[in-house]
Write a protein that binds this ligand. Structure first.
Ligand SMILES: [Fe+2]
Length: 557
C-alpha cells in the first residue's frame, strides 16, 4: 500500500463519528483484535523502496486475529506514507511481517502496529539509498549465546547513533538444552533457557526465539535499526551442513528434513527477513547501497554445503608414528580436500554470486561486501598453541589438541568446519572475488574471536576479511587459557600468512564503515558478559584502502 493517507482517514473507515471515538472503538469497528504485543517491533532487509516490519501479537483468545500497521516520516504519525492490516496466525507463533513497499530511497521512517487494545512501541527504520552516499556504517554481529551471558555488544551498538544497519551473521540462538553449552557451572543464573530441552520440534524453536527476544538489549536494537540477517549452524544444530549436522541424531531426534523445516519456519517467523525464494530454503540475496556498496548475503550452511571432512578417521593413528599418519594424511588430502565437487555454496548459489559480483563491478560500485558465516582466511593453530593448554585440562582436550597439532604439522588445517575444510570451493570463491569485484570485503562470524585477514589472490589480494568476535559465546581463550595477554595473538599472526591482526580474549562486535576510499573495521571489545553492567573495554581500528587493484592489506589506523 503506497497511498499517503492521514491517520484519521485510515481509521475512520467510513464511520462519520470516527474522530470522536477513542482508538479502541475505531479499531474494534475495523475488526482489529484484542491482545498483547509481547516482543516489541523489528525491521529488516531494507531496499530502496521497501523494508520488512515485524511484530508479535498474542491475541486475547489465542486464536487468529488481525492488527493494523502504519509507516510515517515522523514520530507524530501525522502523515502516513503507508498503512494496512495484517493477519495474526497462531501457526506462525503470532509473529507478523509486512513487506512495506512504495517508500522513498535513503529515507528514515517510523512504524508501529495497532490493535484494539492500543499501539505497539514505535520502531525506527530506513530504506537503502539509491545514489550518492558518502558512507555506509553497520554493526557486524554474531554468536550470541543467552545462557553464557549478557548481550553487551547489542547494548553498545545502541549507543552508536550513526549506524545505518545491523548485520547479523548467525548463531542468533543456540539449540542446546540447559546445562550443555554452557555447562551448568558456567551459565549465568538469571539467563535461564526455554525450553529446558534441546530444541528439535517447531514449538521448541519458536519458544527458544521467544526466550532470546525477551532480552531487552536485543529487543531495543531490533526496534531502532533495520537488520540484515543470515543463519549459521546453531539456528539449526551444531556443525550443520546440507543433509545433517554433527549435533543431530536421526535415531532419536527424527529426520534432518523435519528438524531443518522447523528451524527454517521459526527463523522466518521471528526475524525481519524477506521471504525471498520459492524453494523456501534459499536466503542468499543482495542489497544495493547507493552506488557505494553491494551487500551480498550468502548461506554457507544449509542450502549447498557438503559434509565436513571427518577427522575421526585419524583417531586410530593416535598411538602410531608420524610416518604412518603421513600416509593417512596424504590419502585424505587427495580424497577429501582435493575433491572439486565438495562445496560450501552449492552450484546454484555459486553461479548466482558470480553474476552479482559481475553486475556490481560493471556498475562501478566501489565495494562488494560479502555477508557470510565462517572464516574464509586460512587461519590455523600451530603446535606452539599447545603450550597455552593448562595442565588441568581434561584428558579429552589434551588428546584433541595433540592429534590436531600433529595434523597441522602435516599440513592440514586445525578447523575444518569453515572454508579451511573446503579448499577447492575457497579457491573458486577467491578467484571470483579477484576477477569480478572492484574491492571485496568479506564478513565472517562463527569463530568467537576477532580476525583481520588479507585474502590471497593471484599476484594481488583477492579481498580482505573481517571476522567479528562473538556477542557472548566463549572463544579459544576459554580452552587455551594459560597465556599472557597478547601471547596467543602473537603465535597466531606469526604462523598465519595473511592474518594481519587478531584478538583471542574479548567478546564484542565490529563497527564497519565503508567509504569510496576505504573500509574501516573498528573492533569493539566489551567487558565480561557475566555481569549485567560492563563498560566498553577496548577498540582496535584497522583500515583497508580501496584501489584500482582491489582492497589493500589491513593497516592499523
Ligand atoms: Fe557460535
Amino acid at each position: 500500500m503506497t497511498l499517503v493517507v492521514s491517520r484519521r482517514r485510515f481509521f475512520a473507515g467510513g464511520l462519520a463519528a470516527a474522530g470522536a471515538l477513542g482508538l479502541g472503538g475505531v479499531a474494534n469497528a475495523r475488526g482489529l483484535s484484542h491482545g498483547m504485543f509481547t516482543h516489541g517491533v523489528a525491521s529488516g532487509d531494507p531496499l530502496g523502496e521497501a523494508v520488512i516490519i515485524w511484530t508479535r501479537f498474542v491475541t486475547a483468545d489465542a486464536g487468529p486475529g488481525r492488527i493494523g500497521w502504519e509507516v510515517a516520516e515522523d514520530e507524530s504519525f501525522a502523515t502516513l506514507v503507508a498503512s494496512g492490516t495484517v493477519e495474526v496466525r497462531p501457526a506462525r507463533d503470532f509473529c507478523v511481517k509486512v513487506d512495506v513497499g512504495g517508500l522513498k530511497p535513503g529515507r528514515h521512517y517510523v512504524y508501529r502496529f495497532i490493535s484494539a487494545k492500543g499501539d505497539s512501541v514505535t520502531g525506527l527504520t530506513r530504506t537503502a539509498p539509491d545514489k550518492g552516499v558518502a558512507s555506509l556504517s553497520f554493526a557486524q554481529l554474531s554468536c550470541a549465546n543467552l545462557a553464557f551471558g549478557y548481550f553487551h555488544a547489542y547494548r553498545d551498538a545502541l549507543s552508536r547513533p550513526d549506524l545505518d544497519l545491523c548485520v547479523h551473521l548467525g548463531d542468533y540462538i543456540y539449540e542446546y538444552r540447559r546445562g550443555k553449552y554452557p555447562a551448568a557451572k558456567d551459565a549465568v543464573p538469571e539467563r535461564v533457557l526455554e525450553p529446558e530441552t534441546e530444541i528439535v520440534s517447531p514449538s521448541d524453536y519458536h519458544r527458544r526465539y521467544a526466550r532470546y527476544r525477551d532480552d531487552p538489549d536485543l529487543q531495543e536494537l531490533h526496534r531502532t535499526k533495520p537488520w540484515i540477517v543470515i543463519w549459521d549452524d546453531h539456528e539449526f544444530a551444531d556443525d550443520a551442513w546440507r543433509d545433517g549436522a554433527e549435533n543431530h541424531d536421526p535415531l532419536t531426534q527424527g529426520t534432518w528434513a523435519a528438524r531443518r523445516a522447523a528451524a527454517i519456519a521459526a527463523y522466518f517467523d521471528w526475524l525481519p527477513i524477506r521471504h525471498a525464494s520459492r524453494d523456501g530454503i534459499s536466503i542468499y540475496r543482495r542489497f544495493d547501497w547507493g552506488g557505494l556498496a553491494t551487500l551480498i548475503a550468502l548461506d554457507t550452511r544449509i542450502v549447498g554445503r557438503s559434509k565436513q571432512p571427518d577427522y575421526d578417521v585419524f583417531k586410530p593413528y593416535t598411538d602410531k608414528d608420524d610416518a604412518a599418519l603421513a600416509a593417512a594424511v596424504e590419502s585424505f588430502r587427495k580424497r577429501e580436500m582435493a575433491d572439486p565437487s565438495r562445496t560450501m555454496l552449492g552450484k546454484a548459489q555459486e553461479a548466482w554470486l558470480g553474476g552479482e559480483l559481475r553486475r556490481s563491478k560493471a556498475a562501478g560500485v566501489p565495494w562488494q561486501i560479502i555477508l557470510q558465516q565462517v572464516l574464509v582466511g586460512s587461519v590455523s593453530s600451530p603446535p606452539e598453541m599447545s603450550k597455552f593448554l593448562p595442565d588441568d585440562a581434561s584428558e579429552g582436550s589434551k588428546a584433541f589438541m595433540a592429534l590436531r597439532t600433529r595434523l597441522v604439522t602435516q599440513g592440514l588445517p586445525f578447523v575444518v568446519d569453515n572454508w579451511n575444510g573446503y579448499p577447492m570451493a575457497r579457491a573458486r570463491l577467491l578467484a571470483a572475488l579477484q576477477a569480478n569485484a572492484n574491492n571485496a570485503l568479506v564478513l565472517a562470524g562463527d569463530s568467537h574471536n576477532a580476525w583481520a585477514n588479507d585474502l590471497p589472490g593471484d599476484g594481488r589480494l583477492a579481498g580482505v576479511e573481517i571476522g567479528c568476535t562473538s556477542v557472548s559465546s566463549p572463544g579459544i581463550e576459554a580452552v587455551l587459557n594459560r597465556a599472557e595477554p597478547g601471547a596467543r595473538e602473537a603465535v597466531l599472526t606469526e604462523f598465519n600468512e595473511g592474518l594481519s591482526w587478531c584478538d583471542n580474549a574479548n567478546r564484542g562486535y565490529t563497527l564497519v564503515t565503508v567509504t569510496p576510499e576505504a573500509a574501516v573495521a573498528n573492533y569493539i571489545a566489551t567487558g565480561s558478559v557475566r555481569t549485567r553492567d560492563a563498560a566498553l573495554t577496548g577498540e582496535t581500528r584497522l583500515v583497508s584502502a580501496a584501489s584500482a587493484h582491489g582492497a589493500q592489506a589491513w593497516a592499523r589506523a
